[in-house]
Design a protein around this ligand. Structure first.
Ligand code: SF4
Ligand code: SF4
Length: 165
């Protein structure tokens, strides 16, 4: 199984396959969610075994993690400031959700997360391809397709396995 990790190529494929991916979303909506989860979770294992996130870090360069209250407490504690001060200095809010605002992330050191052990929960679980409910997250998957090699390869493998044209 060939795994594509070249981020420029992935971006090019994403532009070319934009409409195809939207059609694939519509196609998947008609499939059995549990069966799709079972296939996706198998593919997640195969793909993540061959991708080194420490050599990629593209999500840390392109996306902003959503912070839970526990994340906010943890990060502000690490900075020796109050959660309110941390939020004012380093976060932005959107409809009540709190996000780290810097792009790339302020905790990215080269291609490594400098707070790996204490990184926000959303960073630990991204891109969530091992969670149940893949079909309920298809818009996110389409938007992550051009950013995350795990999602790109998984969507392409899924198209092949389901014989999507
Ligand atoms: S906290 Fe770490 S894992 Fe999360 S976006 Fe920043 S650098 Fe990446
Ligand atoms: S989760 Fe995806 S985008 Fe983030 S480092 Fe891993 S492969 Fe790259």
């Amino acid at each position: 199984m060939y795994i594509e990790t070249n981020l420029s190529k992935i971006k090019q494929f994403a532009a070319i396959r934009k409409n195809e991916n939207i059609r694939f979303r519509t196609f998947l909506k008609g499939e059995d969610g549990k069966e799709i989860d079972s296939i996706v979770h198998r593919m997640h294992k195969e793909i993540t075994a061959q991708i080194d996130c420490a050599a990629c870090a593209n999500c840390c360069c392109c996306l902003v993690p959503n912070l839970s209250k526990a994340d906010l407490n943890m990060l502000s504690g690490m900075e020796n400031i109050s959660p309110e001060e941390f939020q004012a200095a380093y976060c932005e809010t959107d409809y009540g959700d709190i996000y780290l605002k810097d792009i790339p992330c302020r905790y990215l050191d080269g291609k490594k997360c400098s707070i790996s052990e204490n990184r926000p929960e959303q960073c630990q679980t991204f891109p969530n391809t091992n969670k149940p409910g893949f079909i309920s997250r298809l818009w996110s998957m389409i938007s992550y397709y051009e950013i995350c090699p795990i999602v790109f390869n998984l969507m392409e493998m899924l198209k092949k396995e389901l014989k999507f044209r």
